[in-house]
Design a protein around this ligand. Structure first.
Ligand SMILES: NC(=O)c1ccc[n+]([C@@H]2O[C@H](COP(=O)([O-])OP(=O)(O)OC[C@H]3O[C@@H](n4cnc5c(N)ncnc54)[C@H](OP(=O)(O)O)[C@@H]3O)[C@@H](O)[C@H]2O)c1
Length: 321
C-alpha cells in the first residue's frame, strides 16, 4: 500500500477553493489535513466542508509537525517568504505559478531544498493532462515531420480592478500569470530553447504591471517559439506546432477541466483530422506525480524545471524593460 501524505493549504485563494482543496480531499495519495487563512472564519468554513480538516493561521499550519506538504496559492510576491518558511520547517512544497518574482530567490530556494532533500514543485497541472502525452508521441513519430515553429497563446478579458494580478506589490502582471503557461508548454516540445530574443509588454500606467505582451525565443536548428499572453485579450488557450510535414494544434491546452474532452487538430497533406481527446483530470494526475516524487525522494527534475522556468521569465522581463 502506498503512503498517504498530510497536506495543508496556506490561504483560501480562488484556485484553492475551486480546485486544489477538493482535489486534495479526493486524492488517494493525500490527506487534506489543514487549511489556513488570514481570516479565521474563512478557514473554519472551508475546513468544515471537508471532514477531518483542521484550520488555523499560516504560522500554526507551518509549525504543525504532522504536515508533510504545504500547498501555497498565495499572491506571487509572497511565495518566496512562505516557501522558505515551509522548507525551514521541514515541509515539502507545492506552490502556485509563478514560483518567484526574482530569479535569485529561485536559486536560494532550490539550494536550500536540495540540502534538506525537500520537494519544491511549481503547480502547472496542465503538464499532466493526457492530451499533451498524445502530442509528444505524435512528435516522436514524426507525424508532422521536423518542428519549425512553436506558437502559443494564453489570454483572457479584463478582470476586476482589485484582482491580485493588477498589483505590482503582489507580483501581478500578465507575464508572471498568463505568460507563464506558453513558456512552460514550449518546454514540452522544445526542451533546449536557450535564449529569449525579443520580449515586449504593454505596461498599465496605473498599476505598473504588464497587461499583455509576447516573447520570441531562439531554439536549436533555427527553430523559434512565438508566445503571446494578456489580460485584455479575446480568450485564447492554445498552442500549435508547425512542422515540415504538418501541424498540430491543441485548442484547449492549459485549462481543460475534469470531464472536458479537448480537441486536437492534426493537419497533414492527407487532410485535417479533428481529434477528440479523452477527458482527463490533470489535478489528480499532478497530485499522483507529486506523491510519487515524495515516495522516491528524487526531486532533481522538478528543481531543474523550476530553475529553467524562472530563468526564462527573468530574461523576458529584462528584455521587455
Ligand atoms: N494553477 C492554476 O491553474 C492557477 C489558477 C489561478 C491562479 N493561480 C495562481 O494561484 C495564486 C493565487 O491566485 P488566485 O487567483 O487564486 O488569488 P486570490 O483568489 O486573490 O487568492 C490569494 C489568496 O492569498 C491570500 N493572501 C495572503 N496575503 C494576501 C495579500 N496581501 N493580498 C491578497 N491575498 C493575500 C488570501 O487568502 P486568505 O485571505 O484566506 O489568507 C487570498 O485568498 C497565484 O499565484 C496565481 O498565479 C494558479
Amino acid at each position: 500500500m502506498k503512503k498517504i501524505y498530510n497536506a495543508a493549504v496556506l490561504g483560501c485563494a480562488h484556485i484553492a477553493v475551486r480546485s486544489l482543496i477538493p482535489e486534495l480531499f479526493n486524492s488517494p495519495r493525500f490527506n487534506l489535513a489543514a487549511v489556513a487563512s488570514r481570516v479565521a472564519s474563512k478557514a473554519e468554513s472551508i475546513a468544515k466542508q471537508y471532514r477531518g480538516a483542521a484550520w488555523g493561521t499560516y504560522d500554526e499550519i507551518i509549525n504543525d509537525e504532522t504536515i508533510d506538504l504545504v500547498y501555497i496559492p498565495l499572491p506571487n510576491s509572497i511565495h518566496y517568504e512562505w516557501i522558505m518558511k515551509a522548507l525551514k520547517n521541514g515541509k515539502h512544497v507545492l506552490c502556485e505559478k509563478s514560483l518567484v518574482t526574482e530569479y535569485q530567490h529561485m536559486e536560494e530556494i532550490i539550494s536550500y531544498a536540495r540540502k534538506q532533500n525537500l520537494l519544491v514543485a511549481e503547480n502547472f497541472q496542465f503538464r499532466f493532462h493526457s492530451q499533451h502525452a498524445w502530442v509528444l508521441k505524435a512528435l516522436a513519430e514524426k507525424r508532422i515531420g521536423e518542428i519549425r515553429i512553436f506558437r502559443s497563446s494564453f489570454g483572457f478579458p479584463p478582470l476586476p480592478d482589485d484582482n491580485i494580478r493588477y498589483s505590482k506589490d503582489l507580483g501581478g502582471g500578465a507575464l508572471f500569470d498568463a505568460g507563464a503557461y506558453p513558456l512552460k508548454a514550449m518546454q514540452f516540445a522544445l526542451p533546449d530553447c536557450h535564449f529569449v530574443m525579443k520580449s515586449a509588454t504593454l505596461y498599465n500606467k496605473n498599476s505598473d504591471v504588464d497587461i499583455y505582451g509576447g516573447v520570441y525565443l531562439d531554439c536549436p536548428e533555427g527553430v523559434v517559439a512565438e508566445l503571446a499572453f494578456g489580460f485584455d485579450n479575446f480568450y485564447q488557450c492554445s498552442y500549435e506546432i508547425w512542422g515540415s510535414a504538418g501541424k498540430i494544434s491543441a485548442t484547449r491546452a492549459f485549462t481543460a477541466p475534469p470531464g472536458f474532452k479537448p480537441h486536437i487538430l492534426l493537419e497533414t497533406n492527407a487532410g485535417t483530422e479533428d481529434l477528440e481527446m479523452p477527458a482527463d483530470n490533470h489535478f489528480q494526475n499532478m497530485l499522483s506525480h507529486i506523491a510519487d516524487c515524495l515516495d522516491s525522494g528524487d526531486f532533481e527534475e522538478e528543481y531543474r524545471q523550476d530553475l529553467k522556468q524562472a530563468a526564462y521569465i527573468k530574461q523576458a522581463l529584462e528584455l521587455a524593460r
